[in-house]
Design a protein around this ligand. Structure first.
Ligand SMILES: Nc1ncnc2c1ncn2[C@@H]1O[C@H](COP(=O)(O)OP(=O)(O)OP(=O)(O)O)[C@@H](O)[C@H]1O
Length: 770
């Protein structure tokens, strides 16, 4: 059949489905009028109808996005189910079991599909369609390029080429078979997904919620689901995906606000943030909190009120009562129980005299069991070396205590909380007030950076441990940068099993940009396999060399140029350049959005590298790559994050070194062996297992990237740095193992034994614990 005729036929089908849907909409809108009976009943009908209305999408939405033909039947797939009054199904929703073949069919296993069709629509008008005819593909297998063989067809590439904005889009039309496998995993597990930048981890995690909500309607409501992201900008960026799929009312929290108090983003030494994130802080907080409950010093009786005949309690009596409540439940419940005891007892002891007033009882309770909020307690604790020492016991060294101690702000409301403090406050809130709200399923995004205390904060909100946890070790930075997922999983594990999976196809970043960024991988994360890139971009990375003083000016000029072409732009700059970039924006009267302030505008956005995690732009301007590497704890990883935010264009503005890594020639042999740099895959040979990890070329086989203004000069003598880096990583991992498995009291003996086993000097070994 000619295409025009086929398009007309499809349009007819779309029109019919549209009419059915709109008839249903009209009925739902008046359903409450038809419902007689009491007002309450009418309101209930209206609520149910409104919920249904949300589920059928808007009147301008196309009724379907795809279709598949199997065994002579033709099935249409859309965001929502559309059926006639006679229950004839016209369009099935993508989460339904019946839609599986659309996503699961591959050239390797067609599931009996003849055809898979993907529509291009404008409102409900069918503009075009693209077909995957499986029999034809199999016939021409040898001519297929890599991405086609991997199941990445033209519809996906077209979708990826679309311009971006400040809101993430759904991918229901083009979910890849490997992504679908993860989306539809059973609810009762902790699913851990590792994947390189732009492999669709966030997209998969969000679509998984929608799939679970549809397929577990009895067990799961939107209110039972929580999505935890790293910061408010990220939450804003992803927040429209689920409502677009008909799933409003899912809860979103960002890590900096996961507790009774949001972070003020107060900067903190990496070493201090590291300590605050350790599991042993939980013990310190618990111990410190209960140490606040004690009989007053320098008195032997507790008087309720004043004056002659005021009831009194002896130290022994009070302490016996405290033993019944301390560490038995929450701090607040214990306090209430103690207050009740004092009220009843003092009433009895007053005899015929008037019972003590509530105020007198409160005063006495406060002397023994002070009323505390998490914030007030933590401020007191960090403000007092004595309290810290008493709470820390043998678990903390004097150096740790010195680091933790800080001068409190004059008023509690003026205290400036850091990101790491938030998890401590959350831990305390649970000890003081009891458990926060819990959820049946939790999605954790950018999970690779979380400390054990932050993971505890998430774990306590989970009913069973059912979660989808996504991240990328190669993008793990900060005080709790991880080199493996094991400990993260261990800290989140609940009653359900843990399953880990990888996503290996890189959708976002174009080949030319990824080849450039991948030069960092041997230094950023040698153990991580790079993604296979699915498409070419429109341009090579543009490397612009300028004088140091001109970095900001050149960056703003580049951003302006991209924005002038209608691109959604991200300027990613380290702190040392950021103020200059802002000045430049102001001077040139250029409007821009500040990602640090939670904004994402439609044109130019300025972000620190850390804040750019998870986001994407049509064009990215990375300013001062050396500064990015130098300012971050895992600098190579931070630069890798920055360079992989673009869907199309990359401009690197530098003052001499565009790619601050050692040159291949300068590398020691061991480091070369670690190198795992990716180039875009050649099409797999016939019979090759395309699901296996790609084989990676040596560094010196990397194709040259074209440079617009300057060839990237390798930074001088990074070979020694690399060796140091490897030693540091190994030592951190040994130290971590020792901390986790050997009591501090045994460390001296252990080090001594290690020294003898390794035959090295004590100084070298003590470095491990520095
Ligand atoms: N199957 C797909 N079809 C079309 N687009 C896709 C598909 N999978 C992912 N994408 C697109 O690729 C981009 C990257 O996806 P996403 O942000 O989920 O990746 P990520 O792995 O979370 O990245 P990062 O590690 O940088 O956070 C998004 O624009 C997303 O819409």
């Amino acid at each position: 059949m000619p295409k025009a005729a086929e398009l007309a036929q499809e349009q007819k089908y779309f029109d019919r489905a549209w009419e059915e849907r709109e008839r249903k909409r009209a009925n739902l809108k008046i359903a409450h009028q038809a419902a007689g009976g009491p007002n309450k009943g009418i309101a209930a009908v209206k609520r149910a109808a409104d919920r249904e209305l949300e589920k059928i999408g808007g009147p301008d939405d196309p009724v379907a996005f795809g279709r598949f033909d199997q065994n002579g039947n033709c099935t249409y797939i859309g965001n929502h189910l559309i059926s006639t009054d006679e229950r004839d199904v016209l369009v099935i929703n993508w989460q339904a079991k019946a839609a599986e073949p659309f996503y699961r069919a591959t050239i390797q296993d067609t599931l009996g599909l003849r055809l898979k069709r993907t529509f291009t629509t404008e409102r409900n008008k069918v503009l075009d369609f693209e077909d995957v005819v499986f029999a034809k593909l199999i016939e021409n297998l040898e001519e297929l390029t890599g991405p086609e063989q991997w199941g990445v067809d033209d519809a996906v590439l077209r979708d990826l080429d679309a311009a971006r904005s400040g809101e993430m889009r759904d991918i229901v039309q083009t979910i890849h078979a490997a992504q679908y496998e993860l989306i539809q995993k059973p609810l009762d597990r902790l699913l851990l997904i590792q994947g390189g930048p732009g492999t669709g981890k966030t997209a998969v995690a969000l679509h998984r919620i929608s799939w679970l909500l549809f397929n577990h309607q009895e067990a799961l409501s939107p209110q039972d689901c929580l999505v935890v992201g790293p910061n408010p900008t990220f939450t804003r960026y992803i927040k429209s995906v689920l409502p677009g799929l008909g799933d409003a009312d899912v809860n979103y929290r960002d890590l900096r606000a996961l507790g009774p108090q949001s972070s003020h983003g107060t900067p903190e030494e990496v070493e201090l943030a590291r300590i605050k994130g350790e599991r042993r802080m939980a013990t310190l907080l618990r111990t410190g909190l209960w140490q606040r409950v004690r009989f007053p010093e320098r008195v032997e009786v507790l008087e309720i009120g004043t004056g002659r005949g005021a009831p009194t309690f002896t130290r022994q009596e009070v302490e016996a009562e405290l033993r019944r409540h301390v560490r038995r439940g929450t701090y607040t419940a214990g306090r209430l129980a103690f207050r009740t005891y004092l009220t009843i007892q003092s009433g009895q002891r007053a005899g015929r005299r008037a019972a003590p007033t509530a105020q007198a009882i409160d005063n006495a309770v406060e002397r023994v069991w002070p009323s505390l909020t998490a914030q007030a307690f933590l401020r007191d604790l960090f403000g007092s070396r004595e309290r810290l020492l008493a709470a820390g016991g043998d678990d903390f060294t004097a150096r740790d205590i010195n680091l933790l101690q800080r001068t409190p702000a004059e008023k509690l409301s003026e205290e400036k909380w850091s990101d790491a403090d938030v998890a401590l406050l959350d831990e305390l809130d649970e000890l003081i007030n009891g458990r926060a709200s819990t959820y049946t399923h939790i999605v954790v995004d950018e999970a690779q950076d979380l400390s054990p205390m932050q993971l505890r904060s998430i774990r306590r909100r989970s009913r069973t441990g059912s979660m989808t946890v996504v991240g990328d070790i190669a993008q793990s930075t900060g005080a709790w940068a991880r080199d493996s997922w094991e400990e993260v999983a261990a800290d989140l594990t609940g009653e359900v099993e843990v399953e880990s999976a990888d996503l290996t196809l890189g959708y976002r970043v174009p080949r030319q940009v990824f080849e450039f960024a991948a030069q960092l991988l041997p230094f950023a994360a040698p153990e991580v396999t790079a993604p296979r890139i699915v498409r070419d971009g429109p341009a090579e990375p543009e490397l612009t060399e300028v004088e140091t003083a001109e970095l900001a000016t050149a960056a703003v000029a580049a951003a302006r140029q991209h924005a002038g072409s209608g691109r959604f732009v991200g300027v990613i700059a380290p702190d040392r350049i950021r103020p200059l970039v802002i000045d430049e924006f102001k001077e040139r009267d250029i409007s821009w959005a500040d990602v640090s302030a939670g904004e994402l505008g439609q044109s130019i956005n300025l972000a620190r590298p850390l804040e750019a995690k998870g986001l994407e732009f049509d064009a990215v301007v990375v300013v001062d790559p050396t500064g990015i590497v130098e300012e971050a704890e895992r600098g190579y990883r931070m630069l890798y994050v920055a360079l992989t935010r673009t869907t199309k264009y990359l401009t690197v503005v530098h003052d001499g070194v565009a790619m601050p890594v050692p040159s291949p020639d300068g590398l020691p042999d061991e480091a070369k062996a670690l190198a795992t740099v990716l180039t875009v895959e050649e099409p797999p040979a016939e019979g090759e297992d395309i699901t296996a990890a790609p084989s990676l070329p040596e560094l010196d086989e990397l194709p040259n990237v074209r440079h617009s203004t300057a060839a990237p000069k390798p930074a001088p003598s990074h070979g020694a740095d690399l060796a140091n880096m490897i030693v540091r990583a190994a030592s951190a991992s040994v130290a971590e193992q020792i901390r986790a498995s050997v009591a501090p009291a045994q460390w001296a003996a252990l080090l001594d034994q290690l020294r003898r086993d390794l035959d090295v000097s004590p100084d070298d070994l003590f470095e491990l614990f520095d």
